[in-house]
Ligand binder design. Structure first.
Ligand SMILES: Cc1cc2nc3c(=O)[nH]c(=O)nc-3n(C[C@H](O)[C@H](O)[C@H](O)COP(=O)(O)O)c2cc1C
Length: 239
């Protein structure tokens, strides 16, 4: 490996992570500017009767759901599986991240009666606090379906998880390679976490990549790049 490449891709990022780790910095939650409300989430569970091997074996993309709400516990567990903090000191999360730069943000779009005890709206997940902040009120399920090329499972799902990226967090350290490779690798890790967590919770989901970027940004009301929309609902017939 050339000396410059070694410095750029291995030594400098490794030293940055080490320094951050030594000073106990695990990254701060990126907050929206004026949240309407903050909802503390029930703590995640770390065990279940579904083995990881079984979840890997049966996982499928599910596009039909029961017309039933999710519980707040299930939403909390999904958000945690996507980006939850698993190491309080260093702020490391359930999914790996190049140089622990954490460029991804998680949004939960809840339709009317989509989640018990949660009103319809767009919510942003705060990993450090394990909480949701309400970005916008309203049922956006139909608008979201049309932004996803009229894929009906988007409207039918109890919630849609939207994963966005702030590329600069990664390109700041890794340059263009962060944009064309690392951030997109990371969203794949998160998507699989959500798939496997769904199996364990008796839920079904499908990752969606076909959508109009600008429409999704308008619905979320943020200037971040949407990478995945993931409808989630109670799986018909269970796993
Ligand atoms: C990057 C990516 C984009 C996808 N986009 C869509 C989509 O827009 N709509 C959809 O219904 N499924 C989408 N899928 C799901 C695939 O269709 C699905 O994974 C594939 O058919 C294999 O089925 P399985 O996930 O059940 O194994 C996407 C999957 C990936 C990895």
């Amino acid at each position: 490996m050339k000396r410059r490449a070694f410095l750029a891709y291995i030594l400098v990022p490794a030293l940055s992570v080490l320094v951050l780790a030594l000073i106990g910095y695990g990254g701060r939650d990126r907050r929206i500017s004026r949240p309407l409300e903050k909802i503390s989430l029930p703590p995640p569970r770390y065990n279940s009767s579904v083995s990881i091997e079984y979840a890997l074996k049966v996982r499928r993309s599910i596009r039909e759901y029961e017309n039933k709400p999710l519980t707040l516990e299930q939403v909390a567990q999904l958000a945690w599986a996507a980006q939850g903090i698993t190491d309080e000191r260093y702020g490391f999360r359930t999914a790996p991240s190049a140089g622990a730069t954490y460029p991804l943000e998680i949004y939960i779009i809840c339709k009317k009666n989509g989640v018990e005890g949660l009103s319809e709206g767009v919510y942003h997940y705060l990993p450090r606090e394990h909480a949701l902040e309400l970005v916008k009120r309203g049922d956006y399920s139909r608008e979201l379906m049309s932004a996803c090329l009229d894929q009906e499972w988007v409207r039918d799902a109890a919630v849609n998880i939207v994963i966005t990226a702030n590329y600069e967090r990664t390109t700041y350290r890794y340059g263009e390679r962060g944009r064309i490779r690392y951030v997109h690798m990371e969203v794949g890790h998160v998507g699989q976490n959500v798939y496997l967590q769904c199996v364990s919770l008796g839920l079904g989901c499908v990752v969606i990549g076909a959508f109009y970027d600008e429409e999704i940004k308008r619905i979320l009301g943020v200037d971040e790049e949407p990478l995945y929309v993931i409808p989630v609902g109670v799986k018909k017939g269970g796993w």
